[in-house]
Ligand binder design. Structure first.
Ligand SMILES: NC(=O)c1ccc[n+]([C@@H]2O[C@H](COP(=O)([O-])OP(=O)(O)OC[C@H]3O[C@@H](n4cnc5c(N)ncnc54)[C@H](OP(=O)(O)O)[C@@H]3O)[C@@H](O)[C@H]2O)c1
Length: 316
C-alpha cells in the first residue's frame, strides 16, 4: 500500500529522510482493527521523528502520522485515537508512528479501543485534524489548566496546530484570549479567531490565569511575567528549545503552577468531537493536500509559515 514513511532520520535535514512509496499492508494482532484512512493531518511530531527524536534507527522504515479518520472493517466511520498502551515505553504509552506504523498510509491498524465514532456532523478532513493538536489543546485547557476557573488565557506561538486550536477553543469557552506570534500576518489571522494578538514579549493589558506553552525557551520568561497569582502555565512542547531561564522567585511568590501535558484521553477526544459539532467549531486548516502531494504537505509544515493544520485527503 502507498505510505509516507521515514526511511532515514537526519537531525539537521528532516525532510531528506522522508520517502513516499509502497510498504506492506498492516498485519493487525488480536484485538486490533484495520482502518481505511480517508483523511489525516500532519503534526510537528512528524518533523521530530524525521530528526530522529523518539524514533531510533532500528525502527525504520516507519510510517509517519498520528492523526486519521476513516472507515473500519465493519463499515463504521471512525476517528483514530493515536495513544497506544505500551509497557515497553517509559511513559507507559507510545504514539502511532513511534513504535507502531502511523496514519500516513492507505490503511492503519490500531487496538479496537482506540477507535472513536466519528459524529455525522463533522467531515473526515476536519475530524482528522483533531486527535493530536486539538486534543492536546483541549486537555491543556480543561484537565490541566482548569480553564473553567479562568478569566483569561495567553497562547504562545499562536500560528501552530496546537496554538490555533487553543485560541479557537478558549474563545469558544468564553475566555479573554491573548496570543503571540512572530509574524504580523499570523497575528492578523489570530485576531480573526477572537484573540487579542500581540508581538512576542509584549505587555498584556492584564495578567492571565492560564498560559498555553508549546514554544519553550523563546517565550517562557514572557509566560512567567504575564501570569496572574495562582496561574497555570501548561507546557506541551518546546519547539524553540527546552531550556528556558526560569526566575523561581516569580514561581513561588506568585504561587504559579507549571504543568506538563501530553495528549489527552480517548474520552476527551469523543467529548472534543461532540463540542465541535454542537458549537460549530471547526479546526483551523492552513492547507489541504491530496495524498499524491504528501511531500509538499511536509515541506509546508517544515516551512514554519503555517497557520493551523496541514491536512491530507487520502482519496486524492
Ligand atoms: N505533548 C504533546 O502531547 C504534544 C502534542 C502536540 C504537539 N506537541 C508539541 O508542541 C509543539 C507545537 O506543535 P504543533 O504541531 O502545533 O507545531 P507547529 O504546527 O509546527 O507550530 C509550531 C509553532 O511554534 C511557534 N514557534 C516555532 N519556533 C519558534 C521560535 N523559535 N520562537 C517562537 N515561536 C516559535 C510558531 O509560532 P509563530 O510562527 O506564530 O510564532 C509555530 O507556528 C511541538 O514542539 C510539538 O512537538 C506536543
Amino acid at each position: 500500500m502507498r505510505a509516507a514513511y521515514a526511511s532515514a532520520t537526519k537531525p539537521d535535514e528532516p525532510l531528506a529522510g522522508l520517502t513516499v512509496g509502497d510498504l506492506p499492508e498492516p498485519s493487525p494482532p488480536d484485538g486490533w482493527v484495520t482502518v481505511d484512512v480517508r483523511a489525516s493531518s500532519l503534526n510537528h511530531h512528524e518533523i521530530w521523528s524525521l530528526r530522529g527524536v523518539g524514533l531510533p534507527a532500528d525502527r525504520l522504515p516507519m510510517i509517519l502520522g498520528c492523526d486519521a479518520s476513516g472507515v473500519d472493517t465493519a463499515g463504521h466511520e471512525v476517528v483514530v485515537y493515536p495513544v497506544i498502551k505500551d509497557p515497553a515505553d517509559p511513559r507507559g504509552f507510545s504514539l502511532l508512528s513511534e513504535r507502531w506504523p502511523g496514519t500516513l498510509a492507505e490503511r492503519v491498524a490500531v487496538p479496537a479501543e482506540n477507535l472513536v465514532p466519528k459524529p455525522a456532523g463533522i467531515s473526515f478532513l476536519d475530524a482528522a485534524c483533531l486527535p493530536t493538536a486539538w486534543l492536546t489543546a483541549y486537555h491543556m485547557l480543561t484537565a490541566r489548566g482548569r480553564v473553567a476557573d479562568a478569566g483569561s488565557v495567553l497562547v504562545q506561538g499562536a500560528g501552530g496546530g496546537v496554538a490555533t486550536a487553543a485560541v479557537a477553543l478558549a474563545t469558544a469557552l468564553g475566555k479573554r484570549v491573548y496570543a503571540t506570534s512572530r509574524d504580523a500576518a499570523k497575528r492578523e489571522r489570530i485576531a480573526e479567531l477572537g484573540a487579542t494578538a500581540v508581538e512576542p514579549g509584549a505587555r498584556l493589558p492584564e495578567r492571565v490565569d492560564v498560559v498555553i506553552e508549546s514554544v519553550g525557551a523563546p517565550t517562557f520568561e514572557h509566560s512567567l511575567k504575564c501570569s496572574a497569582p495562582g496561574a497555570r502555565i501548561v507546557v506541551c512542547g518546546a519547539t524553540g528549545g527546552p531550556f528556558p531561564k526560569v526566575d523561581l522567585r516569580r514561581v513561588f511568590m506568585m504561587q504559579l503552577e507549571i504543568l506538563g501535558s501530553t495528549m489527552g484521553t480517548a474520552e476527551e477526544l469523543a467529548a472534543l468531537l461532540d463540542l465541535c459539532v454542537e458549537r460549530g467549531i471547526r479546526p483551523v486548516i492552513d492547507s489541504t493536500y491530496g495524498f499524491s502531494a504528501v511531500s509538499d504537505a511536509f515541506a509546508r509544515l517544515n516551512s514554519g509559515e503555517i497557520f493551523g493544520k496541514v491536512a491530507v485527503d487520502h482519496l486524492h
